[in-house]
Design a protein around this ligand. Structure first.
Ligand code: MV4
Length: 450
């Protein structure tokens, strides 16, 4: 059993892991940059180690410093949180070479899912439904044009190493193909050092539905239903909920079993998310994330499980503390991401928090590393908190969200909070009638970006 875990992250997710460690009687080690000496994760952990200057590349991404911090403190395992080194197969390899344990999937699974062509190929073989498209990579423009004719336009060209919307171009017609193909290639090369691309039928109005999976690495795996994360701006999620407002229990059971069986087949270990586009009652796999996600609390709320605790258990070689039959959905949960950003342009807005008051009461969870007088440094992601509400049903969760938004005080900086109150006045949000394009269209109509 681990008696000390190092958390290779900062902010709310570092607190999330420290809390799980404390409940399990495990000591926690925080690492931090010089800019984060006063951060809450440093205060809350049992020990802390400074691992470098402010820039993420020199601190939270600095593998040598993080390994050294383990050796100095005697930590036996590393939890990567999300972002930073959480999906870096080389990091996992280095951790294992030092006789330490990575709390997450194997380097091999991270590598497979990190390359989207390999991921899709793997999922097809495992019986997971995918978006119709090219069989693997598309070598040249002539092949791309031929595929476009065969599949029918619109199609989408994606870089196999892509992410965050980079290296992804839609061709509405044959005339668009040359530019779309060349641009996707060039973006793949420039951003990820990989110019391999593949082609898919472009789905015009899907929802983003993702299935939470969890494996013990020994051939046992479960699913914990879906999250609807369709409300995004520039590929950043803004509002997430579980269960999905448009998914029936039968659909959930069917796609959930397909995902759990696939993960059992490959001996997947730990938490994973299988992303789908959902249109006209069909699920189409697009990619898999081999980490704990930002929005995991909505799943925790409706299933009453602690996913970080389970990650630590399976990393120790213990079984998961539940089986598929134990998992039952209770009510509805919604998360909103609170960013240090100024509307209407979502400009990053770091600075000093003059006053912070977290909302509370029944069904309200606020995951944040803020405190009165804290200065948000300008070097990292603008996420400063997640408000997660839970109710017996969706209307109750929405009412709690509105109530909790009224209680929050974050003074001294601008935040994305006003957006959420505005969204709660929209019939489409109240009825769950939205797809991946809804938020961008709404922002265009209501925010008049300056
Ligand atoms: C698509 C798609 C439509 N058809 N693939 C965006 C980022 C990456 N995760 C996959 N993405 C998309 N892939 C096909 N075949 C539309 C998107 C997409 C999107 C997906 C999920 C959430 C928001 C989105 C916003 C724009 C485009």
């Amino acid at each position: 059993m681990f008696d000390k875990i190092l958390i290779a992250n900062r902010g709310e997710i570092a607190l999330r892991v420290i809390r799980a460690c404390r409940e399990m009687g495990i000591q926690s080690v925080a690492v931090h940059s010089t800019a984060d000496a006063d951060a809450m994760h440093v205060r809350m952990a049992d020990e802390s180690v400074c691992i470098g200057p402010p820039a993420g590349t020199q601190s939270y991404l600095n593998m040598a410093s993080i390994i050294a911090a383990c050796e100095v403190t005697g930590a036996q395992a590393i939890h990567p949180g999300y972002g930073f080194l959480s999906e870096n197969a080389n990091f996992v390899q280095i951790i294992e070479d030092h006789g330490l344990t990575f709390i997450g999937p194997t380097a091999e699974h991270i590598r497979i899912m990190g390359d989207k062509i390999t991921a899709k190929d793997t999922m097809i073989k495992l019986g997971v439904p995918c978006v119709p498209g090219s069989d693997g990579g598309v070598p040249d423009l002539a092949t791309a044009k031929k595929l476009g004719e065969e599949m029918g336009y619109p199609v989408i060209i994606k870089a196999t190493a892509g992410g965050g919307g980079k290296g992804m171009k839609v061709a509405e017609t044959a005339e668009d193909m040359e530019k779309a193909f060349m641009t996707a290639r060039a973006e793949g090369k420039a951003n990820f050092g990989n110019d391999e691309v593949y082609i898919e039928k472009y789905l015009t109005t899907p929802r983003h539905i993702e299935i939470q999976v969890f494996g013990d690495g020994k051939g046992n795996a479960v699913h914990l239903g879906e999250r609807d994360c369709s409300l995004q701006r520039r590929h950043q999620k803004v509002f997430e909920e579980a269960p999905g407002p448009c998914i029936t229990p039968e659909e959930r059971a069917r796609i959930g079993k397909i995902c759990a069986d696939a993960m059992a087949d490959i001996n997947y270990i730990g938490a994973g998310t299988i992303e789908f586009l959902y249109e006209n009652g069909e699920f189409y796999f697009i990619e898999m994330n081999t980490r704990l996600q930002v929005e995991h609390p909505v799943t925790e709320s409706i299933f009453g499980v602690d996913l970080v605790r389970e990650q630590i258990r399976v990393a120790e070689g213990l079984p998961m503390s539940f089986t598929q039959d134990d998992l039952e959905i209770n009510g509805h949960s919604i998360e909103v991401r609170i960013n240090a950003e100024k509307l209407p342009n979502f400009t990053p807005c770091p600075g000093k928090i003059s006053q912070y008051h977290a909302p509370g009461g029944l069904g309200v969870r606020m995951d944040s590393a803020l405190y009165d007088g804290y200065s948000i440094p300008p070097y990292y992601d603008s996420l400063i908190g997640k408000l997660i509400v839970h109710g017996r049903d969706r209307p109750e969760a929405l009412a709690r969200l509105a109530r909790a938004l009224g209680e929050i005080i974050i003074d001294g900086i601008d935040t994305s909070l006003p957006l959420f109150s505005a969204l709660l006045a929209e019939d489409d949000i109240l009825s769950g009638n939205y797809n991946i394009h809804w938020l961008e269209k709404w922002l265009e109509a209501n925010m008049a970006e300056g």
